[in-house]
Each structure stands twice: as C-alpha cells, then as structure tokens.
Design a protein. Structure first.
Length: 181
C-alpha cells in the first residue's frame, strides 16, 4: 500500500507497529460484532450508541477545525485539533466495542428504499473505517517525526476519508436508532 510517497518514510518497526495496531483493532471489532450474540431486543439506543454518535460527530468537528487551522497557518491549533480528533476517535472505538460486547450486532429494521440507503452508506463506512486506522496513524506519525512533506501528502488522503467515516457514522446511528422519526 502506498501511503502518499514513493519511498518509505517510516522505519520497518514503525510500519509494523502501525499495521499491527490497525489489524488488531479490526480483528477485535470483528470478534465483538460477530462472536457475541445479541442479548437485547431494546429499540432505544441507550447511552453507549448515543455516546458513539457524539464522539464521532465531535471527531468530525475537530477534523474540520484542524483543516481550517492549517489553512490559516495556525500549526499549533491544527496539531491540537487533530490530536483531539484522534483521541475522540479512540474513545469512540472503546465505547463502540463496549456497546457491541453487550448487545452484539444490531440489525437494521427499516424496509424499502431506506434499507437500501442504509446499506449503501454502511458498506463504504465499514470499509473506509478499516482503512482510516492505519492512514490516521501514519499521518500523525509523520507529523511527529516532522516529515511535513510526507505528512501533507498522506493528510490529503486521510482527511476526507476520516471525515466521511465520522459523518457517516453519525448518519448510520440516526438511521439505525431513530428511523422512522
């Protein structure tokens, strides 16, 4: 996988750690979602799914703020916003795993056209959520290593994907728990 440059900018150890963390996160998510049978028939989202949506939406907000800050050349504010977005995304992952460890996979109950819309949004969300983990980690790693040319190249790929995953996560929450209104 090319991560924004034609030459490797990370040590083999850094690459291994980033890919290892990303693969482990995907594996844990898959196990929690599919190995834990659903143990609830509640139609209300409860605290954790709502928290997940808030964390996702907040991460998206800080991503946009970080983008605005770097466009205005406020590097310290950009760095702070992006680290907050990363922290919020990490907190989301923990909350997401806790929720699904308790309830298993939550089926979508909508029918007709809205069901097609839900899955049309869900499929790229899931795929890109798996892709964003290593992209975000490589992007942050390059910034911390002060390899700003490589950081900018990968950030141009990372930002729109990460923003899509954050925003689509909130939309999926709305469809899953609040459709029809």
């Amino acid at each position: 996988m090319s991560l924004g440059t034609s030459t490797q900018t990370e040590s083999p150890l850094a690459r291994g750690v980033i890919f290892g963390i990303s693969a482990l996160a995907c594996l844990v998510i898959a196990v929690v979602l599919y190995a834990f049978p659903g143990r609830t028939t509640a139609t209300e989202p409860g605290v954790l799914p709502t928290l997940n949506a808030v964390l996702n939406g907040s991460a998206g907000t800080f991503l946009v703020l970080g983008y605005v800050m770097i466009r205005r050349k406020h590097r310290a504010l950009h760095r702070a916003c992006m680290l907050v977005a990363l922290g919020l995304s990490g907190a989301f992952l923990v909350s997401y795993l806790l929720h699904h460890a308790q309830v298993g996979s939550v089926p979508f109950r909508g029918t007709g056209l809205i069901r097609s819309v839900y899955f049309a949004l869900l499929i790229p969300h899931v795929i890109l959520a798996a892709v964003i983990a290593p992209l975000a980690l490589f992007t942050v790693y390059r910034a911390f290593k002060e390899n700003f040319a490589a950081h900018r190249k990968i950030a141009r790929i990372t930002f729109p994907i990460w923003l899509f995953v954050s925003v689509s996560g909130v939309a999926l929450y709305g469809l899953l728990y609040h459709w029809p209104v």
